[in-house]
Design a protein around this ligand. Structure first.
Ligand code: AMP
Length: 476
């Protein structure tokens, strides 16, 4: 998973790119990079957090009237600098690109790029696949007289070849600024604009949260399969290119997006509140009557408060959080993950002692977090602990950019809730029902593949195996 931002304006856009990336930092912390264009491309990338990579000299060194920024959370490809985005090529045009998502037909694309277009990929990052595919399709046009239709045709040809989830932003040197999504619109991408003393400025980003910080007005979400091109005169052109059934990733609302972002007209915090309220149905059905509801900080707050409201019991903060600890989920070994989880939170003893506690988290994947928390809460005197997952049981790996580990590690792929309760030491484990979640999104076609195994792009068993192998290989 990644965060992307592109700004197209008049003055130097780099200070705003850096600021905007900090607001997207939750989407990726493995690496960050920016590229600017001002007649030529200038690029700076590094490993780690945005504020550790860019400093006060960066706006001067990487200046440009348009630019792209990226924060990376490696799902396929190793988290090293070679794979950090943005990527740029100089043929047939100067092109620079950032993307968020996951390309699934990488083996076939790599082969055809080499055999048909003599382009050899020197990275395992899939933005190179999209960029090289785009470039090799663009070079077949009449480059001297390139038209807007040529650009949209190139997007269509790219979408026809690249399978998976992608929201991409591209600088086409001296021609303009382009954004497009995959035919299902799996990953979010929003468009914004603002008027400054230097004129009109446009932006595209993964989420609206960075628009708020940068003072951009939200224009709209890009539709599935849509491309928007802004030419050098700031004229906006649009085309619905390759379009399939919409399948927006519901996990963006559950976990990934920031609670202050609005995606497809829905504030993420409000979505979590709705999901929390709906959870009350399965909690009641399980016959659970907690004294209070608490959350696993931070993404579960709105689920927990919605559930508490609906059950008519108080919400309490039961855990203090150490904000200076990294992410446990993607630590390379189980032992390291367990150590990190242990250092992350600390129960508020008086709040939990002798009480029946419903703990809400956004999801259970390997069960590392849940197992540790249940043990911790019980060791600090909780009478009963019910572990509540705001998402339905995750049973299938995500192949579209959310790192949920290999299928063999996913608990609910192999065990029923009762067995999982036993494994994590809880008095009960309750999940959101998939039917309830689908009902909540009856008016927004979403991807539920990690719960149902129905992949909107279609997949074969061999392809799933290839993706799993590629992931495991990168992790090793
Ligand atoms: P686990 O501990 O393996 O069961 O993973 C569940 C925990 O990881 C929950 O606390 C989630 O907030 C968090 N989580 C779920 N999905 C992801 C993801 N794709 N990347 C990072 N963290 C995640």
């Amino acid at each position: 998973m990644c965060g992307i931002l592109g700004i197209f304006g008049n003055g130097n856009v780099t200070p705003e790119l850096i600021l905007g990336l900090t607001a997207l930092q939750h989407r990726g912390q493995d690496s960050a990079g920016i590229v600017s264009f001002d007649g030529s491309f200038r690029m700076k990338k590094g490993l780690g957090y945005v504020d550790g990579i860019f400093d006060e000299r960066t706006p001067e060194e990487v200046q440009g009237y348009c630019g792209l920024g990226h924060v990376r959370y490696a799902t396929i490809g190793t988290p090293d600098i070679l794979n950090a985005q943005p990527f740029a090529v100089n043929y047939p045009f100067g092109l620079a690109m950032v993307h968020n998502g996951n390309v699934i037909n990488f083996a076939q694309l790599r082969k055809s790029l080499y055999e048909d277009h003599h382009r050899l990929l020197d990275t395992s990052n899939d933005v190179a696949l999209i960029l090289y595919t785009f470039a090799s399709q663009l070079e077949m046009k009449d480059l001297k007289n390139l038209t807007v239709d040529d650009i949209f045709d190139t997007v269509e040809a790219t979408q026809a070849r690249v399978r998976g989830a992608y929201s991409a932003i591209t600088i086409i040197a001296n021609r303009g600024f382009l954004a497009f999504t995959d035919p299902h619109g799996i990953r979010p991408i929003v468009m914004g604009r603002k008027y400054t003393d230097k004129g009109l400025v446009y932006a595209f980003a993964s989420e609206t949260t960075c628009f708020d910080y940068l003072g951009f007005e939200f224009v709209r979400d890009l539709g599935h399969g849509e491309a928007v091109f802004i030419d050098q005169n700031m004229q906006v052109h649009q085309r619905t290119c390759q379009r399939s059934t919409q399948a927006f990733c519901v996990f963006e609302y559950i976990y990934f997006s920031s609670e202050d972002s609005v995606i497809h007209g829905r504030l993420v915090a409000s979505e979590r509140l709705r999901m929390g309220r709906t959870l009350a149905r399965t909690v009641r059905e399980a016959g659970i009557q907690p004294d209070f509801v608490m959350d696993v900080p931070n993404s579960a707050y709105f689920f927990a408060s919605g559930l508490a409201e609906e059950l008519g019991v108080p919400y309490r903060r039961g855990l203090a959080k150490n904000h200076h600890i990294g992410r446990s989920f993607i630590s390379p070994t189980q032992q390291k993950r367990e150590i990190m989880v242990r250092q992350k939170v600390n129960p508020l003893r008086d709040v939990i002692r002798g009480r029946k506690v419903a703990v809400v988290d956004d999801s259970i994947v390997r069960g590392t977090t849940a197992k540790h928390l249940v043990r911790l809460l019980k060791s600090r005197g909780a009478k009963e602990v019910y572990f509540i997952s705001a998402s339905p049981p995750i049973k299938h790996p995500c192949i579209y950019g959310i790192d949920m580990s290999a299928k063999e590690e996913i608990l609910a792929a192999h065990y029923a809730p009762g067995e999982i309760a036993h494994y994590i030491g809880a008095d009960a484990v309750v999940y959101q029902s998939l039917e309830d979640l689908r009902d909540l999104y009856a008016d927004l076609p979403c991807c539920f593949a990690c719960f149902s195994g129905e992949y909107p792009t279609g997949v074969t068993r061999e392809l799933l195996n290839d993706i799993e192998q590629e992931k495991l290989c990168a992790k090793r």
